[in-house]
Design a protein around this ligand. Structure first.
Ligand SMILES: NC(=O)c1ccc[n+]([C@@H]2O[C@H](COP(=O)([O-])OP(=O)(O)OC[C@H]3O[C@@H](n4cnc5c(N)ncnc54)[C@H](OP(=O)(O)O)[C@@H]3O)[C@@H](O)[C@H]2O)c1
Length: 323
């Protein structure tokens, strides 16, 4: 009997959904359906060597109970409406919006960092939240440093590509003349911080299970199509040399260390799974301080790939329980 899961991609026409379909096809999943809003229902999307006709993501379709797993990459308000219906019909749901990330009881998961937390969803309603596209690579790098030397304080400055803001912004950048390119802060303001900056802090604390970790960020959008970069300054509780930090990170899953004269760039990170880390050096402005720089593909590890990895943890666990 065919034991492959029946998978629904909601938001399949978007920046993240497009990559999700590509990764699922590469992984050999056969039973995949594409959902989006009424705007794009009926259009065709490539899936491996065939195509999928986009279905409208109505409450009836998502609540029909004929899908084992939904991967959601729609906006937060659409997720709040649709995810409970899909989960209520028995499907596992991985949601990439911010609807569930910081809600108590919902696992917020980076598999390499806190993968075991995903399985808690199986005891609840089957919903797991996928973190923000800057939080994911940051926690992949912070976790090994914390385990070895204890995180005391973290400061981050981000350089985020326009694909982080969705497919329409990618089209707009493609049409823009180079002379019009600018660096912007295009998030909502919460007092003197953007909501992207506060998300980065709150999500990092939740994933690392360090609720009081001092962490501050300045988030900036740059005129790059794909690939987010982050300059990171960490203060550690115990001394760790840059050489030892580099060795730890070389051993870390989904992290690739680059040594000078190489350094991470969005172009080098685009279309690969690993988080690139380099410029690992002493931060001369802090005791036990390290500075480093990372780049990762925000549409892959920052979104689609991380969600598929979460889904595979859930599906493996369900299959093992049935065996
Ligand atoms: N881009 C990233 O790097 C990234 C990373 C992590 C998380 N995320 C999160 O992932 C989500 C999607 O981001 P994106 O960048 O892929 O956005 P996007 O390119 O704007 O795509 C949005 C998708 O959602 C669909 N959609 C919108 N409203 C809908 C509704 N009411 N019902 C069903 N489908 C609806 C759109 O379908 P139509 O074609 O029909 O409009 C489209 O497929 C957001 O919550 C975002 O915060 C994005």
């Amino acid at each position: 009997m065919d034991s492959q899961p029946r998978i629904g991609i909601v938001g399949a026409t978007g920046a993240v959904g497009t990559i999700t379909l590509r990764l699922l096809a590469e992984r050999g999943y056969e039973h995949v359906r594409a959902f989006a809003s009424a705007r794009s229902a009926g259009t065709a999307l490539p899936y491996g060597d065939r195509s999928l006709v986009v279905e409208e993501a109505t409450l009836e379709a998502l609540g029909a109970g004929d899908v084992d797993l939904f991967l959601f990459s729609v906006g937060t308000s659409a997720s709040r409406e649709l995810v409970p219906v899909a989960a209520g019909a028995g499907a596992l749901c991985v949601d990439k919006s911010s609807a569930y990330r910081l809600v108590d009881g919902y696992p917020l998961v980076v598999p390499e960092v806190n993968g075991r937390r995903a399985l808690e969803a199986l005891e609840r309603d089957g919903i797991v939240a996928n973190p923000n596209c800057c939080t994911i690579p940051l926690t992949c790098v912070l976790k090994p440093l914390h385990d070895e030397a204890g995180l005391g304080r973290v400061r981050v400055s981000t350089y985020q590509s326009v694909s982080g803001a969705g497919a329409q912004r990618m089209d707009a950048l493609a049409r823009e003349a180079p002379v019009e390119h600018d660096l912007v802060m295009d998030w909502a303001w919460e007092g003197d911080e953007s909501d992207e900056e506060s998300k980065l802090r709150a999500e990092t604390r939740k994933i690392l299970e360090l609720p009081d970790l001092p962490i501050s960020a300045t988030c900036v959008r740059v005129p790059v199509m794909v690939g987010h970069s982050e300059a990171v300054w960490v203060e550690l509780e115990r001394r760790l040399t840059p050489e030892d930090a580099a060795e730890l990170l070389r051993e870390a899953p989904s992290v690739r260390v680059l040594d000078l004269p190489s350094f991470p760039t969005p172009a080098a990170a685009a279309d690969i799974d690993d988080v690139l880390v380099g410029r690992i050096r002493r931060d001369t402005a802090a005791e036990n301080g390290l500075a480093l720089y990372l780049s990762s593909d925000n549409l892959r590890k920052g979104a689609a790939l991380n969600a598929i990895q979460i889904a595979e943890l859930l599906l493996d666990s369900v299959a093992a329980a049935r065996a």
